[in-house]
Design a protein around this ligand. Structure first.
Ligand code: 3PG
Ligand code: CO
Length: 558
């Protein structure tokens, strides 16, 4: 029968403290002036790289290596941390939704039947991120959902759009809204009353995560549910164009707006008897809005009016909290993660990041699961993020504080694994501010040094890696890798993640002699890291895990 007990590793000892560092948004790319990691002073990461090929290598962090549909899909934190923690490659939300739409099964499932009940009398509301970034949503999936919903009897549809500029180039929101307007016009020709009802920038409206700032969700609620917003327009294209003209305005931070009819009345507030689907497949930035819609006793902000609607998520975003209760596509069933195995095998774990990445090293790491496996074996520490700012104004973020917490946890000798996420490269990279991203990379490097120094002191082992690329390339490039210029000759800033591989380095005084990276796994990816870490804790990984990246060289053993 099944057992949580892991076999002892034949060659590697138990009891070493492992410092496990995930640099968020830290890929490997050609050194040029748009590679902020290259430009920044990063002596610690530079010295780790000198350990190649035995102690440093690259691993794949995008596309099929992390369960995404194609090799054109850049990596992201959800799929990256899922792979790191689970040690196997799961078909991820993007892919599962693709399959459900292609086969039509999505329209036969429980979740769709549930919302379909409202199609006779009520309005179907679709709420989510409007772009083709493929991280939280894809436009083509929304298009198929619109088509399927209308074919299945939806007579009145309202779309509540969140503009992107973070997983795609800033300014592309205008084109995405135009495309959606064309699609809705075609539906209207077929007799479906379909319109955009509200909008706003994803980082300012609705898509907060890990309870960093509930005001973000409230702004969305007011516009989408109550039909109230500071800006009112008769056309969504006009709304986005106008609001982008504001000082410092960009797609990520557009203020909330509603669409009104010729009498100034909101065209799409949510009322009793309506149905609503949040069409994002990715979990983190949908959990808070799902709580606002699902929880009867909700006290994070005054909802004013709570319509009785039927709500379904594209996926279930949190299996532990059952949020939301109804959903169109089954989420990946990520089970038997390395975290769960390790607590069953006596490995005491400490995990830490700041709020905006806290769930990455806990919730995502543990297979989209909230809370502890065993509170007596684990401690998770969240350092509050600065809220209400864009991180280019504070590019050091809480890297130092995270490193101090990790250092103290290591020196306390109370833990066998001390795991952190250092957010700087990613969160500052997403602002598109190159100068600030250089400062961010230096801060992350200093944090790595502090943690490695603590590992040195306790005779432990470190593993330093990343979840996907971002800061190593800040410019959009053509196929041959040259920076793309816009009409006025300016470079196009790349705020998004990349397709680049990420580094992984091992070391520390506790690393057994002869341990080195194997050379027979050239395509190794993030999913290979879990088995590697289990080995370093002195265990063999479960047989269905992706293979370990390390071996113990015979000739060097004592
Ligand atoms: C976000 O949600 O901030 C971006 O879409 C993706 O960034 P992350 O995958 O690094 O969190
Ligand atoms: Co990111």
């Amino acid at each position: 029968g099944f057992s949580w007990k892991l076999p002892d590793h034949q060659k590697l000892p138990k009891g070493k403290t492992i410092g496990l560092i995930v640099l968020d948004g830290w890929g490997e790319a050609n050194p040029d002036k748009y590679n902020c990691i290259h430009v920044a002073e990063t002596p610690t990461m530079d010295s780790l790289k000198k350990g190649a090929p035995e102690k440093w290598r690259l691993v794949r962090a995008h596309g099929t290596a992390v369960g995404l549909p194609t090799e054109d899909d850049m990596g992201n934190s959800e799929v990256g941390h899922n792979a790191l923690g689970a040690g196997r490659i799961y078909a991820q939300g993007a892919k599962l939704v693709d399959h459900a739409l292609a086969s039509g099964k999505i329209f036969e499932g429980e979740g769709f039947k549930y919302i379909k009940e409202c199609f006779g009398q009520g309005t179907l509301h679709l709420l989510g991120l409007l772009s083709d970034g493929g991280v939280h949503t894809r436009l083509d999936q929304l298009q198929l959902l619109l088509k399927g919903a209308s074919e299945n009897g939806a007579k009145r549809i309202r779309v509540h759009v969140l503009t992107d500029g973070r997983d795609v180039i800033d300014g592309t929101s205008v084109g995405f809204v135009q495309t959606l307007e064309n699609d809705l016009a075609k539906l209207r020709e077929k007799g479906v009353d379909a319109k955009i009802a509200s909008g706003g920038g994803r980082m300012y409206v609705t898509m907060d995560r890990y309870e960093n700032d509930w005001d973000v969700v409230k702004r969305g609620w007011d516009a989408q549910v109550l039909g109230e917003a500071p800006h009112k327009f008769q056309s969504a294209v006009e709304a986005v164009k106008k609001l982008r003209e504001g000082p410092k305005a960009n797609d990520q931070y557009l203020p909330p707006f509603i669409i009104v009819d010729e009498n100034g009345k909101a065209v799409g507030p949510m009322v009793d008897g309506d149905a609503m689907v949040t069409f994002n497949f990715r979990a983190d930035r949908m959990v808070m809005v799902a709580k606002a819609f699902e929880y009867e006793n909700f006290d994070k902000f005054d909802r004013v009016r709570v319509p009785k609607i039927r709500y379904a998520g594209m996926l279930q975003y949190d299996g532990e909290l059952k949020l939301p209760n109804h959903y169109l596509v089954d989420p990946p069933e990520i089970e038997r993660t390395s975290g769960e195995y390790l607590v069953h095998n006596g490995v005491r774990t400490f995990a830490c990041s700041e709020t905006v990445k806290f769930g990455h090293v806990t919730f995502f790491w543990n297979g989209n699961r909230s809370g502890y496996f065993d509170p007596s074996m684990e401690e998770y520490v969240e350092i509050p993020s600065d809220s209400g700012i864009t991180f280019n104004v504070q590019p050091k973020m809480k890297a130092l504080e995270i490193a101090e917490k990790a250092r103290d946890a290591i020196l306390s000798r109370k833990y066998d694994q001390v795991r952190v996420n250092l957010p700087n490269g990613d969160m500052v990279g997403h602002t598109g501010d190159i100068e600030a991203t250089i400062v961010a990379c230096k801060a992350a490097d200093e944090a790595v040094k502090m943690i490695i120094d603590a590992i040195e002191q306790v005779g432990g082992v470190y593993v330093v890696t990343a979840d996907h690329g971002n800061a190593e390339d800040m410019v959009k490039r053509n196929k041959s890798g040259q920076p793309l210029l816009d009409k006025s000759g300016n470079i196009q800033i790349l705020t998004s993640h990349t397709l680049q591989p990420v580094p992984i380095a091992i070391g520390g005084p506790g690393l057994a002699p002869g341990v080195r990276f194997r050379n027979d796994l050239p395509d190794g990816g993030l999913a290979n890291v879990a088995a590697t870490v289990m080995n370093l804790h002195g265990f063999e990984a479960p047989s269905d895990y992706e293979p370990t990246l390390i071996e113990v060289g015979e000739e060097e053993r004592h």
